[in-house]
Ligand binder design. Structure first.
Ligand code: DC
Length: 234
């Protein structure tokens, strides 16, 4: 049998800090699929807008200027020698910068701009043309790949997600308090769920996973089972 005909698209959506990127990345590694972090693409556009002065100190975005510049923004992913992926913006490695607080604080409003979403969704759809891809984000199962063969929607309580993020930040030497992180998680959930353009919601045919009580290994095994079941049904 031609194994290429058995390649699928896996859409992993969910709340911020729900562990969806870890799950998606590890499934891609286990299956030899390409992994795409769609959030990194929204972060790269935000970094571009910040660097070009299109977002002021109060967080106001010059939408007209950003929309006009969208064709000049080239986003790609570069595979590093250790197998990890780094996001590039117009050829420059921006992996570290896109994870900064400066970008995190401005990304949700940037990702709510319809023109930004249309441009990035088109790029994401092109990346999935030959399937064999795991993409994580907020609207992958609803908007980017509504016909994806396997859709997962991940959630965990806001407290669990804030705690995970707190530990991650503390390990990186960041001194933010748990309360501040929880407030940021709750506020990002609200912006992501209530925006007009493709709000965060579970696709009707997505499998819901609450991983509050799961270890990373349990989560990996669960997802690989869903993947194998889906392939077996093709
Ligand atoms: O997953 P993340 O935290 O890196 O995502 C950054 C932001 O981008 C977050 O506010 C939600 C938004 N996003 C989106 O709107 N659609 C996606 N497909 C991925 C991310």
């Amino acid at each position: 049998m031609n194994t290429d005909s058995k390649k699928i698209i896996v859409a992993v959506d969910g709340y911020s800090s729900s562990g969806k990127s870890t799950m998606a990345r590890r499934l891609a590694k286990a299956t030899g699929y390409r992994y795409i972090d769609s959030g990194a693409m929204y972060r790269a556009v935000t970094l571009y807008a910040l660097d070009k002065g299109m977002i002021d100190a109060a967080g106001n975005i010059d939408k007209a200027a950003l929309t006009a510049a969208l064709d000049d923004i080239a986003i790609d992913f570069k595979i590093m020698p250790d197998g990890s992926q780094h996001t590039t913006l117009n050829g420059k490695d921006v992996e570290k910068e896109i994870r900064s607080l400066r970008v995190s604080n401005n990304v949700s409003p940037t990702a709510a701009i319809a023109e930004v979403r249309h441009a990035l969704v088109a790029k994401q759809q092109a990346m999935g043309e030959s399937k064999g891809i795991v993409m994580d984000g907020r609207d992958i199962g609803t908007t980017v790949f509504p016909a994806a063969e396997l859709k997962i929607f991940v959630n965990a309580s806001a407290e669990t997600r804030a705690q995970r993020r707190f530990l991650e930040m503390t390990e990186k030497g960041n001194a933010l308090s748990y309360e501040d992180i929880l407030a940021n998680v709750v506020s990002r959930d609200h912006i992501d769920e209530t925006r007009e353009e493709s709000p965060l919601r579970r696709a009707d045919d997505a499998i819901a996973l609450d991983n509050s009580q799961m270890s990373v290994d349990e989560q990996d095994a669960w997802l690989l089972d869903r993947f194998n079941e889906t392939i077996a049904k093709l």
